[in-house]
Write a protein that binds this ligand. Structure first.
Ligand code: NAD
Length: 244
C-alpha cells in the first residue's frame, strides 16, 4: 500500500497535505476528541469568543496552560519532518493545517496555510494590532495591547469566529488545483475545514489518507487508506520517495 501511494505521489502534478490534530499526537499533543482528548479534561466553552469577551482572565488561564505551557514545549516528530523533506524534494506543494501548534513551521516546511490561525501571535480585540507572543509574554494575564490597552487574544480562531484570510482562500484554491490530497490525522468533523478534501475530490483529486482509525472521509472519498501512525506511514512514504 505504501509503495502504491508513493507511486501516486510521484506521478501527481500538485500535491497538498491536509493535516489535523492526529499528526501531532506523537509529539505529545492530544487531539480534542476521543478517550484522552482535550475535551475529556477541559470544557470547550472557554474557547468560545463570547465567553472570552466577557471573561478574558478565566479564558486566558486555560489558554496559557494548554496552548503555551503545554503545546509550547512540543517538538516536531518524524511525520512533520517527513513532510518538510517531501516539500524540499519537490513531492509536496503545500500543507493546509488545522493545527495551531507551529510544528510544521518548526520542522522546516515552507508553504503552510494555517486554516485556524496560529499561536505565535497575539491580536488586540480592540484595535487589531498583532504582536509576537514572545514580545508581550504571558506573565500578566490577560495580556494587554501596548497601543490601545485592549485585551489581546491568541491569533487562532475561537468558536464563533471567521476563518482567517488569506489562509481560507488559499486553502480552498488548493482544493481546486491539486490532483492529489494526503489527509493526515483528521476526523473530518470540524467545518468548514472538513469540506476541503471533498471539494478536492469533486475537482478530480485522488485521496491518500493516513489515520490510525477510519474517519468520515475513509469510506466516502479515500482512494488509498494507510491505516497506522502518522510517523510510521510518512517515514515509509519518504523512504520510497528517496529511492525514486
Ligand atoms: P480530532 O481531534 O478531531 O481528531 C484527531 C484524528 O487523529 C482522529 O481521526 C484520530 O484517529 C487521528 N489520530 C490520532 N493519533 C494519530 C496518529 N498517531 N497518527 C495518525 N492519526 C492519528 O482532530 P481534527 O480533525 O484535526 O480536528 C480538531 C480541531 O482541533 C482542529 O480544528 C484542530 O485545529 C484542533 N486541534 C489542534 C491541535 C494542535 O494544534 N496540535 C490539537 C488538538 C486540536
Amino acid at each position: 500500500m505504501i509503495q502504491e501511494a508513493a507511486d501516486i505521489i510521484k506521478k501527481a502534478n500538485r500535491v497538498t497535505a491536509f493535516t489535523g490534530a492526529g499528526i501531532s499526537v506523537e509529539s505529545g499533543i492530544p487531539p480534542f476528541r476521543g478517550e484522552n482528548g482535550l475535551w475529556s479534561k477541559y470544557d470547550p466553552g472557554f474557547l468560545d469568543i463570547s465567553y472570552f469577551h466577557s471573561n478574558p482572565l478565566e479564558s486566558w488561564k486555560l489558554i496559557k496552560e494548554i496552548f503555551y505551557d503545554f503545546f509550547g514545549k512540543a517538538t516536531p516528530n518524524k511525520a512533520h519532518y517527513g513532510l518538510a523533506e517531501m516539500e524540499k524534494a519537490g513531492f509536496l506543494d503545500a500543507i493546509i493545517t488545522q493545527n495551531i501548534d507551529n510544528l510544521h513551521q518548526k520542522s522546516g516546511s515552507r508553504k503552510i496555510f494555517e486554516f485556524h490561525g496560529d499561536s505565535r501571535d497575539l491580536v488586540c480585540v480592540s484595535c487589531g494590532k498583532k504582536y509576537p507572543v514572545t514580545e508581550i509574554g504571558l506573565d500578566n494575564l490577560p495580556p494587554e495591547c501596548t497601543n490601545c490597552g485592549g485585551v489581546l487574544k491568541p491569533d487562532f480562531i475561537f468558536f464563533g469566529e471567521q476563518i482567517p484570510e488569506p489562509a481560507r482562500t488559499n486553502s480552498f484554491r488548493e482544493a481546486e488545483i491539486s490532483d492529489l490530497f494526503i489527509l493526515i490525522g483528521t476526523t473530518g468533523e470540524v467545518t468548514p475545514a472538513s469540506e476541503i478534501p471533498f471539494i478536492a475530490k469533486e475537482n478530480g483529486a485522488k485521496i491518500i489518507e493516513i489515520n490510525i482509525a477510519k474517519s468520515s472521509y475513509t469510506d466516502r472519498i479515500t482512494n488509498i487508506f494507510l491505516q497506522g501512525k502518522a510517523t510510521e506511514m510518512i517515514s515509509g512514504l519518504v523512504k520510497e520517495l528517496r529511492e525514486y
